[in-house]
Ligand binder design. Structure first.
Ligand code: C2E
Ligand code: CA
Ligand code: CA
Length: 282
């Protein structure tokens, strides 16, 4: 009934259209208001989560496909919120990115993961997910170096997992960041490969050590008539040509494990070997 209400409601419909990727039109519905309200509450709690010490890291093993030894653990963040209970990363990482809270949260993840890894045998690496937003901060490289130095791990023990959206948002500056990290010995992995644009030029531009094949290709790859096996095989041959390792993500069954091993994936990560677990179990 008021101008303010019309403006607010059309704004909510606009956000919805943008969330769906743009090039859309959406109508206002009352549920949009409820979602926005829920998001506002989640953001309010997320702003306090670090100081309240509500985050924890879990670790999932990455296994050498042939030797069956643990080569690294991926650090995966968990949020136990006082107001919202256990919140899945799928639900709060995007919000943390929108609000740029991912910068302090990501720094905490990096520091905590390195401090933990120093207690492990030196041949076991620690893999840390890095959001494109973190790359936009000019001090990103020095914050990585500080985390390494403060913990006492070797730079070669640290692997940063990056999704290809970093190329869409960062431009050529990111390639320089990759090169600086490589010069000190930090390893780089291209995460969720196959889900985005998967422009092959990215592989040429940046010095990745590893391609992580997204779980959507691994799941069901063992079923008859699935084209996923062919996709995995071609990613593996591409990676081998470029001298990169491959990790098949999300292998859950023995069948899937055998298949990705036969297809030549050098590493496997998935429930078949272990779910993300707390630090003591890791
Ligand atoms: P991701 O980097 O692709 O991490 C792998 C996800 O797959 C994890 O979900 C893991 O629990 C799940 N997973 C592993 N093996 C299997 C399997 O065999 N079957 C199934 N169904 N799932 C499996 P999680 O922990 O919920 O994390 C979701 C996403 O949130 C991650 O996807 C990553 O993109 C993001 N994330 C998690 N921690 C961080 C972090 O510290 N920083 C940033 N920037 N993102 C993070
Ligand atoms: Ca990852
Ligand atoms: Ca992934």
């Amino acid at each position: 009934k008021t101008v303010e209400e019309i403006m607010r409601n059309s704004d909510l419909a606009l956000y919805r259209a943008k969330d769906e990727g743009g090039g859309e039109h959406c109508q206002y519905e009352p549920t949009l208001h409820a979602h926005a309200e829920e998001r506002r509450k989640l953001e309010f709690s997320l702003r306090r989560a670090l100081e309240r010490d509500e985050f924890e890291l879990h670790y999932q093993p990455v296994v050498d496909a042939n030797e069956e030894t643990v080569v690294s653990f991926e650090a995966l963040i968990r949020w136990n919120s006082e107001e919202h209970g256990f919140v899945r990363p799928d639900k709060f990482i995007a919000l943390a990115e929108d609000t740029r809270l991912i910068v302090p949260i990501g720094a905490w993840v990096l520091e905590t993961a390195c401090l933990e890894a120093v207690n492990w045998p030196t041949h076991v690496r620690i893999a840390v997910n890095v959001s494109p937003i973190q790359f936009q901060k000019s001090n990103f490289v020095s914050s990585v170096l500080n985390s390494i130095a403060a913990s006492g791990i070797e730079p070669e023990q640290l692997e940063l997992e990056i999704t290809e959206s970093v190329f869409l948002e960062g431009g050529s500056g990111n390639v320089e960041i990759f090169n600086s990290l490589k010069r000190v010995g930090v390893r780089l992995a291209l995460d969720d490969f196959g889900t985005g644009y998967s422009a092959l030029g990215y592989l040429q531009k940046a010095p990745f050590d590893k391609i992580k094949i997204d779980q959507s290709f691994v799941k069901g790859a063992a079923e008859v008539g699935s084209v996923n096996a062919a996709i995995v095989a071609s990613i593996v041959s591409l990676a081998e040509t470029l001298g990169m390792d491959t990790t098949a993500e999300g292998a859950e069954t023995m069948k899937e494990l055998e298949l990705v091993r036969d297809l030549g994936c050098s590493h496997v990560q998935g429930y078949v070997y272990g779910k993300p677990m707390n630090v003591e179990s890791a």
